[in-house]
Structure formats: structure tokens, C-alpha cells
Ligand binder design. Structure first.
Ligand code: UT7
Length: 320
């Protein structure tokens, strides 16, 4: 049995936060933000919208596009670092409940910006082992709830949003997910962390931006080299290179080092900022909705985040 990437969906809140919002509140400029990050705007969830609400909207679209009945879903995974509840219940449980998908296995994945690729890997393994047939994977974030808006070095980076996909069993090898790689290194945990729970400063994300930047470029690049080599593939076999959307300069540095052409590189960070685990599925969805991504295309996903975690995936897009 093989696992196929059957459909994609995404949802972003309607509230657009431009760079002017930050300029009005702290010592910064549009020029600095655009030059250092490539970000022009991000979406911000309302006070009453939760991470699961965003995930549910994205999931409804992915389910509809998959053509399966929601009751055929037998596993729900949610990658998030901004869950509805701190430890329990998981956001995956809440999403399954809101979608009225009952009696399924559901759990969260904590792998920061690499979360969607971790979820893809788990879905693939469950399907290939024959244990599950249709897996809903969600990357959903309300990062505005864990961003310290007094820290001008990080707060302008992040936004809210969600993406979701249906991964299904297939006997057709031509439409199978080719490979997924996932890694972690806890010794570098201090680069990106959320120190504590509850109220006060400890609930906010902290990042050593400049150090993280350098490790991100190195790791994202070497991981792509490995996954292509392992599968005897080259850049020419890739239709779209869809990296985690952390910073335009990171994407450019990685894309250039790997020699990808502009038409292969996908960039959405300008309009959504960094949405952690949601950024890759949101970017896939953007390509799908704009007609840039078609059934049968081969996409290369590449992510890096807190943990540290990183991963890449070679995926045949099997959406009808
Ligand atoms: O998604 C998970 C992984 N995350 C990432 O990969 C993010 C990685 N990091 C980054 O994207 C970048 O490091 C940042 C965008 C966060 C920062 O860019 P940078 O080029 O690394 O800047 P920096 O931290 O080295 O700061 C450069 C200067 C400093 O001033 P001095 O010391 O050179 O005088 C900062 O104080 O920019 C100053 N600065 C600002 N100036 C205007 C820092 N924040 C701001 C600001 N506006 N908002």
C-alpha cells in the first residue's frame, strides 16, 4: 500500500496586519522589515478565533476537494505550537469534534515549523503499514497569541493561518508520496523556545534570530541535497520547491545554493509572514488555487524550526 497526497485546503483570517501597524507602535521602519524579512503583511485571528477554528476551516476545504466522505477519515493529526489548550485536550481532538468526525485516533505534533512534514511522515507510515486509510493532517497556528509584541526583533515576523491535507491509501505507485525525511537536535533548543506556560512573559516565543537564520540556511540546504540524492533525483525532477516561509532572505539563500530556478521557487511570506506549521500547506494551497500546481506535479517541501527540528519531503501531488 502507498500513501498519496490527495487534496489541499487552507484558511486565513480576514484581518490584515501591515507593516504600518508595527511602525505605529515601535521603533522600526517599513524598509527594515521588508529588506530583512520580505514581509509586507500577515493575517491575524480575532480574539474569539482559536487555532482549531482556523484548522477546521482549512480541513473542510481539503475534505471537500478530496472527494471522500469525512467519515472515511480514520486519523486526525494537528501540527501546532499554539494549541487551543496548553497540554490537553489536543487541538486535533477539538478539530475532529468540530468536524463531527467521531471515534477516530487524533493527536497533536509538536515540531514547530517542521510540524506539517512530521505529520506527513506519520500519515505515510500509518497508511503504508495498513493501519489507516485516510488521514487528515493539519498545520494550524494562532501565533499572535504567543508573540511578544514588545520584542521588535521578532514580533513582525509572525502571522496566523491554517492549512490541511488529506493523505489516502492507494495501490498506484505513480501517485505515491516519494519520500519524507525528519530530524531533530535538542542540543540547540535555546535558539527558539517558549519558556513557560500561563501568563506573563514566559508564555511568549523567544528567538535568537541571527543564529537561527544561519543554522536554518545550512540545514534546509543540506537536507534537500540528501533527499534528492537518496532518491536519485535532481532539481530538474522538481516542479515546485516549497520551503517553510520564515524569511525571504532564507528562502533566497537556500534556493540559490540549490540552484533552483525562479519559476520553481514558491514564496508566500510577503503576504502571510511566518505561520510556522501552517506555512507549507498554506503555500501548497496558494499554488493549487492559482493554477501553478497541477495533479501529477512533483513538489519538494523543506522546513526548519524550534527543537531544533527539520525535514523535507518529495511528494507527487495526486489531487484530482
Ligand atoms: O520559523 C523558524 C525559523 N525562524 C527563522 O528562521 C527566523 C530567522 N531569523 C530571521 O529571520 C532574522 O534573523 C531576523 C529577521 C529576525 C532579524 O534579521 P537579522 O538580519 O538577523 O538582524 P539582526 O538581529 O542581526 O539585527 C540587525 C540590526 C540590529 O541593530 P544593530 O545592532 O546592527 O545596530 C537590531 O537592533 O537591526 C536592528 N533591529 C531592528 N531595526 C529596525 C532589530 N529589529 C529591528 C526592527 N526594526 N524591527
Amino acid at each position: 500500500m502507498f500513501a498519496s497526497f490527495r487534496s489541499i485546503g487552507a484558511y486565513v483570517p480576514s484581518d490584515i496586519r501591515t507593516n504600518q501597524w508595527f511602525i505605529d507602535r515601535m521603533e522600526t521602519t517599513d524598509e527594515w522589515i521588508v529588506k530583512r524579512t520580505g514581509i509586507n503583511e500577515r493575517r491575524i485571528a480575532s480574539d474569539i478565533q482559536t487555532t482549531s477554528d482556523l484548522g477546521v476551516e482549512a480541513s473542510k476545504i481539503a475534505i471537500e476537494r478530496s472527494g471522500i466522505d469525512k467519515n472515511e477519515i480514520d486519523l486526525v493529526l494537528c501540527a501546532t505550537i499554539s494549541p487551543d489548550y496548553m497540554c490537553m485536550p489536543s487541538t486535533a481532538c477539538i478539530i475532529a469534534d468540530k468536524l463531527e468526525i467521531n471515534d477516530v485516533m487524533a493527536f497533536d505534533i509538536s515540531a514547530a515549523c517542521t510540524g506539517f512534514i512530521y505529520a506527513l511522515s506519520i500519515a505515510k507510515a500509518f497508511i503504508e503499514s495498513g493501519m489507516k486509510k485516510n488521514v487528515l493532517i493539519v498545520g494550524a497556528e494562532k501565533l499572535s497569541s504567543i508573540v511578544d509584541y514588545t520584542d521588535r526583533t521578532t514580533c513582525m515576523l509572525f502571522g496566523d493561518g491554517a492549512g490541511a491535507a488529506i493523505i489516502s491509501a492507494t495501490t498506484n505507485k505513480d501517485e505515491a508520496i516519494i519520500d519524507v525525511r525528519c530530524s531533530a537536535d535538542g542540543s540547540q533548543k535555546d535558539l527558539l523556545l517558549t519558556p513557560g506556560v500561563g501568563s506573563g512573559e514566559k508564555q511568549f516565543m523567544q528567538m535568537k534570530g541571527n543564529e537561527t537564520f544561519k543554522v536554518a540556511v545550512r540545514t534546509l540546504t543540506s537536507d534537500v541535497v540528501k533527499i534528492l540524492e537518496n532518491n536519485q533525483m535532481t532539481n530538474d525532477d522538481i516542479d515546485l520547491f516549497i520551503p517553510h516561509q520564515a524569511n525571504y532572505r532564507i528562502i533566497k539563500a537556500v534556493g540559490d545554493a540549490l540552484d533552483f530556478k525562479d519559476e520553481q521557487k514558491v514564496l508566500t511570506v510577503d503576504k502571510y509572514g511566518n505561520t510556522s506549521s501552517a506555512s507549507i500547506p498554506m503555500a501548497i494551497n496558494d499554488c493549487y488555487e492559482s493554477g501553478r500546481l497541477k495533479s501529477g506535479d512533483t513538489i519538494l517541501l523543506d522546513a526548519f524550526g524550534g527543537g531544533l527540528t527539520w525535514g523535507s519531503a518529495l511528494v507527487k501531488f495526486a489531487s484530482k
